[in-house]
Ligand binder design. Structure first.
Ligand SMILES: Cc1cc2nc3c(=O)[nH]c(=O)nc-3n(C[C@H](O)[C@H](O)[C@H](O)COP(=O)(O)OP(=O)(O)OC[C@H]3O[C@@H](n4cnc5c(N)ncnc54)[C@H](O)[C@@H]3O)c2cc1C
Length: 203
């Protein structure tokens, strides 16, 4: 559980880069030391916009007072986000949500679909501190963006990828890559994918 009370801040954009197709990485600078935990998210509102509802985004990474968000273009807000420039301000409430529970030793399989990669990427950073774990990351997505995702992972993590259009890795759904269901499994992505993962691993 998060022990840090959520704060409301205007954060400055450090960078906002297109990674691949319709996926972007946004970096925001925080003035204070706030510890964010894997599994947590923030709620974002753009300045000077008519946006009414805040939009939730998982913490992709947080280091040296820089919070990173991996986002996909979907509608109005993510489209406006893609136009953010260095030094622009965004209105953010964070941290929200809970931390992932963790095993002490053994095999861990992480299964992501689309931008579900973001929270699991942050989790991997933490799991790597425990030398008694072996990590396998199964990354699923529509197309080549998964290769950009894979490049964020250190070599200590064994990675397999599946794409719906077959442009990278195995063609098909990421759930086809789940072979060994021993140990811990974490999954993040669309609800249909989570249901398919559950069907695959239930005993
Ligand atoms: C806890 C949480 C964490 C999230 N983390 C991330 C993240 O790390 N990166 C990221 O890109 N997105 C993430 N999302 C989804 C993100 O909040 C939406 O993509 C965003 O709100 C879309 O805003 P928009 O105004 O651009 O699109 P809207 O105009 O609100 O929607 C445009 C279209 O996208 C569809 N859509 C909206 N939200 C989703 C969704 N969650 N999944 C699939 N389709 C959707 C709508 O049905 C609609 O068809 C997260 C959602 C939650 C609840």
């Amino acid at each position: 559980m998060s022990t840090v009370k959520p704060v409301h801040r205007k954060l400055r954009v450090v960078s906002n880069k297109r990674l691949a197709s319709d996926h972007y990485l946004l970096e925001l600078e925080v003035d204070e030391n706030i510890s964010l935990l894997p599994g947590q998210f923030l709620q974002l509102r753009l300045e000077d916009s008519i946006q009414f509802l805040r939009r939730p985004f998982s913490i992709f990474d947080c280091e040296n007072k820089i919070i990173k968000i991996l986002y996909k273009l979907r509608g109005n807000v993510t489209s406006l986000m893609s136009k953010l420039k260095k030094s622009d301000l965004v209105d953010v409430i964070f941290p929200l949500g809970n931390h992932f529970p963790q095993p002490e030793k053994g095999k861990v399989v992480l299964v992501s679909g689309g931008t579900g990669f973001a929270p699991l990427h942050f989790l991997v950073k933490e799991l790597l501190n425990n030398k008694n774990l072996t990590l396998e990351f199964l990354i699923g997505g529509k197309g080549r963006e998964v290769e950009a995702f894979k490049n964020f992972l250190p070599s200590a993590v064994s990675v397999k990828i599946a794409t719906e259009n077959g442009s990278a890795g195995e063609k098909g759904l990421v759930t086809n890559l789940i072979a060994d269901i021993e140990g811990w499994i974490y999954s993040a992505g669309p609800i249909a994918m989570l249901k398919a993962v559950y069907e695959k691993i239930k005993v």
